[in-house]
Design a protein around this ligand. Structure first.
Ligand code: SF4
Length: 367
């Protein structure tokens, strides 16, 4: 199973109702989950399932698949059955695919009120079908597809417009007694997005799915998402997250997981504490940190490894970590649990750290 124990979160979580996306609880104090979306054509069942398997291996807990055509809808039963993690069908425009997804055994359905024109008349049926199947619905409002009426009223996708759209949509479901809902109000500008979620959080008790939409290529998208999610999660707002990157979806999971770990919302696994290097460095810290990171990737136990360029902060940080190296004079002092266990030549630093890391991991696993 995945780690779920908060380490030391910055804030108490906002109270919210809990929904179940398959076996994954969302809201109501459940650990914040990480999700992504496949980039394959959903109707290509083999490719989609392969990508879902990759996502699962990278730690993805919920996966969303687009369903823009009948062929995609026809593929949903097999995908839902064979996926290792709960599948959410993403529906724009066509209510009939909502019913198809529910029949297919999807764990949830995402609808976008701005894109479903005849929605008002269909809500009752959708609410009944979802309720009979016991599955929740995500109301996913996007700045890029905001309801025309609200666009006219507010002039653009302001936080108020996004929130009004989401709450209006939720109210349509509430009229039919359906409250098994989570909400997202995505915008590509983290400032607008944070304001929208803050307002939404204050005005309802639904669990919230965080996302900065169209966040951009990997570097920019990572920073935008980290800043926006960090702001909200540090206030206790947010129950499940999706980092959107113009990059392979497994990258989104890596980033999302790292964000939760950095915020103390998830147990930290491998953590490399490496210095930025400076004029005092007596070793190539970048290369050392990269090689140690690569050598330890996939470690399943919490481990803090310090990689430090010199003796100024080196010994201090190395002592605080489970394992560390302080370099100098072509040598590395290797620390384990605060004690210098040996000094090795520079060429042996990486292999020694990896060896010691595995010993520590074995010991932890044995405990
Ligand atoms: Fe510079 Fe040494 Fe600090 Fe690294 S540990 S940043 S090399 S002073």
């Amino acid at each position: 199973g995945l780690p779920g124990v908060p380490v030391r979160p910055l804030a108490t979580r906002r109270p919210s109702r809990r929904i179940q996306v398959g076996p994954v609880p969302v809201g109501g104090g459940a650990p914040v989950s990480v999700q992504s979306m496949t980039t394959t054509v959903t109707a290509d069942v083999g490719a989609t399932l392969r990508q879902i398997a990759e996502l699962t291996a990278s730690g993805c807990q919920i996966v969303r698949v687009a369903c823009p055509s009948q062929d995609d809808a026809d593929a949903l039963p097999v995908i839902a059955r064979k996926s290792q993690i709960p599948v959410i069908a993403d529906i724009h425009f066509q209510p009939k695919y909502v019913f198809a997804a529910i029949d297919a055994g999807c764990a949830a359905v995402r609808v976008n009120p701005g894109n479903i024109r005849q929605f008002d008349d269909k809500v009752k049926e959708i609410a009944r079908a979802a309720s009979d199947a016991g599955i929740p619905i995500r109301i996913g409002v996007n700045a890029g597809s905001l309801d025309r009426r609200l666009l006219q009223k507010y002039g653009k996708a302001t936080p108020e417009a996004l929130v009004e759209s989401a709450l209006w949509e939720a109210s349509l479901f509430e009229e039919h007694g359906f409250r098994d809902i989570k909400i997202s109000v995505k915008h590509n500008d983290p400032v607008v997005m944070v304001n929208a979620y803050r307002q939404l959080a204050a005005r309802c008790d639904y669990p919230l799915h965080l996302g900065v939409t169209e966040a951009g290529p990997a570097f920019q998208g990572t920073v935008k998402s980290a800043v926006a999610f960090g702001a909200l999660l540090s206030e206790g707002i947010g129950d499940t997250i999706r980092v959107s990157l113009s990059a392979p979806p497994a990258e989104e999971i890596k980033v999302g997981t790292q964000i939760l770990q950095a915020l103390g919302l998830r147990e930290r696994r491998l953590e490399i504490v490496s210095c930025p290097s400076c004029g005092r460095a007596q070793v190539d810290v970048y290369q050392l940190a990269d090689r140690v990171t690569a050598g330890l990737e996939g470690m399943r136990v919490p481990l803090r490894v310090a990689v430090m360029g010199c003796v100024v902060n080196g010994p201090g940080e190395a002592r605080e970590a489970d394992l560390g190296v302080a370099s100098g004079n072509g040598k590395g002092q290797i620390f384990v649990k605060g004690e210098v266990i040996k000094t090795v030549p520079e060429s042996k630093i990486v292999e020694t750290l990896i060896e010691e890391a595995h010993k520590l991991a074995d010991r932890q696993a044995a405990d």
